[in-house]
Design a protein around this ligand. Structure first.
Ligand code: ATP
Ligand code: MG
Length: 496
């Protein structure tokens, strides 16, 4: 175990120990080392006061970032160019604020410091020799893959409401099962699916109203791209967090906003069993797990079927089965509103909305032979103004193929090798054609400067339109020689 602590962290632990202080690796780093995973960062906790830590570090010539004012008891020590947070043992008392403690103080013992931490698996310490200090059953929970708060869950969430989102995020990152000592409110979700929550709990979600949107979005993003995203999302939905509110500060005033209540109606929403093995929520989770761990793709998949079951979308077929023709358009409309409300990055929101809007296009193309329909689609997208150039369009279509394959893979078709092979071939063909489809003048293999050899400056614009159209329509190859020749002919004709 010892050799797993990197030398830059060990140097700090040793320096503090040799100077007569206790010092331990703590929190996520201990958890990850015990799991055999590479920790993201290494935090140290010590009974030395920050001034002492700083002075000792300076004797070694290490750089110290002294941010005592911002983070009580914490100073960042930089060894071999790598920063480590060294925090003095501390206690916390919570009050009005939904996240920040009302009072913080230095405490004497490691145990007290560990007791303020959120989950048992995050509340362990390790000394420089590799000994583990575990007062709350963290190792047992690690072995059983359980996420459990230190102390009573409801009270710990009443203290700091962000911990509820952290619970979902850690479940998603670690793949652990969330448990409380409080009685469960029963199971949640569709039984006999990998997503079913056997024991679900009610979170005190009222408290999230005081949390800032930024903090919540960070947790949601981390949860979405995590290896077990569906597990985190299931807890997020089961406990009522999805329907909770948070706040955003605008023009000096706090505005209360919904987090993601729109997802609720997907739970238990039936789909046509001819295509689907799951209800819409479980299908959404399946699709997310099926997809690359990229934020853009996962946000798109989270919202891709929101339109299903809505008034004006859902109809019943002659066989009495649900049908949601055109749901993707409604999903995209909802996505626009949700992304705006959650103040998402504008580029991500725009592209994710496009992915949602386009995700059903492949279904119609599946049975069509030849390239004509694919080319028509690509041409329309090239003209739509959505993309500035071919590179942008290829990027978007590449993501779309992943959304499509993840979505299709999360239906009965996903278990049909032949169909999935066909779907992958269709995607590959589309990408091949997309790479050849120019969007902007800069995608043509001829420059404005070269054009001046044949035409006057005032006709360049029109000439680009002419060439672009012909290449997009497949009437002219996008090679320099052929573009030059075509332009020569075009200008000769125009002069007649
Ligand atoms: P990550 O791998 O994401 O860095 P982490 O467990 O290191 O996970 P951090 O947010 O870096 O999480 O926090 C470091 C440690 O501080 C946690 O392991 C936990 O012990 C404690 N901690 C952080 N945030 C809270 C909180 N809101 N409430 C209680 N303890 C917390
Ligand atoms: Mg950390």
């Amino acid at each position: 175990m010892l050799n797993k602590i990197p030398s830059y962290t060990n140097k700090i632990l040793n320096l503090l120990n040799e100077s007569g202080y206790e010092a331990y690796l703590v929190g996520g780093a201990v958890r990850d080392l015990l799991l055999g995973r590479e920790p993201g960062d290494y935090d140290i906790t010590t009974n030395a006061k920050p001034e002492v830590v700083r002075d000792l570090a300076l004797t070694q010539g290490w750089k110290v970032v002294d941010n005592l004012g911002q983070n009580f008891g914490c100073c960042v020590v930089v060894v071999d160019g790598i920063p480590t947070e060294v925090t003095t043992f501390r206690g916390e008392k919570y009050g009005e604020d939904a996240h920040k403690p009302e009072d913080v103080w230095y405490c004497k013992t490691l145990k007290e410091d560990l007791s303020r931490r959120d989950f048992t698996v995050n509340a362990m310490a390790m000394d420089a020799k590799g000994n583990i200090y575990d007062y709350f059953g963290g190792q047992e929970d690690l072995a059983n893959k359980l996420l459990r708060t230190v102390g009573n869950a409801a009270s710990r969430y009443e203290e700091d409401a962000l911990r509820m989102f952290r619970a979902c995020r850690f479940v998603a990152q670690l793949g652990f099962t969330y448990v409380e000592d409080n009685p469960s409110i029963g199971g949640f979700g569709m039984e006999n699916t990998p997503y079913y929550l056997e024991k679900n709990y009610k979170f005190p979600v009222e408290r999230t109203k005081g949390l800032s949107l930024e903090r919540i979005r960070k947790e949601l993003d981390k949860m979405l791209v995590a290896p077990y995203a569906s597990k985190g999302l299931m807890l997020f939905m089961g406990t009522g967090l999805a329907d909770a509110k948070c706040r955003v500060k605008e023009n000096g005033n706090f505005e209360e906003i919904d987090i993601l209540p729109e997802l609720r109606h997907l739970v238990g929403l039936k789909q046509n069993p001819r295509f689907h093995c799951y209800d819409t929520w479980e299908h959404t989770l399946f699709a997310i797990d099926n997809s690359p761990r990229e934020l853009l793709i996962r946000w798109a998949l989270l919202l891709h079927d929101l339109g299903k079951g809505q008034d004006g979308i859902r109809t019943i077929t002659d066989e009495g089965q649900p049908r949601d023709a055109g749901h993707e358009k409604r999903s995209a409309e909802d996505a626009v509103k949700i992304f705006a409300r959650l103040r998402m990055n504008k580029d991500l929101a725009k592209l994710a909305t496009w992915l949602v809007a386009e995700h059903m296009r492949f279904v119609g193309l599946f049975k069509i032979e030849g390239n004509a329909a694919l080319l028509r689609w690509l041409r329309a997208e090239a003209h739509s103004g959505m993309f500035h150039n071919n590179e942008e369009m290829v990027f978007a279509f590449d993501k779309l193929t992943y959304v499509y394959l993840a979505d299709m893979g999360a239906t009965h078709a996903g278990f049909n090798k032949e169909l999935m092979t066909k779907a992958r071939e269709l995607s590959a063909k589309l990408m091949e054609l997309a790479r050849e489809m120019p969007v902007a003048n800069s995608d043509l293999n001829i420059s404005g400067k070269e054009m001046l050899e044949f035409i006057s400056k005032d006709r360049i614009k029109e000439a680009f339109v002419y060439l672009l159209e012909r290449v997009q329509n497949g009437n002219l190859p996008n090679s320099n020689a052929e573009l030059r020749e075509a332009l020569q002919k075009h200008s000769a004709k125009a002069q007649k």
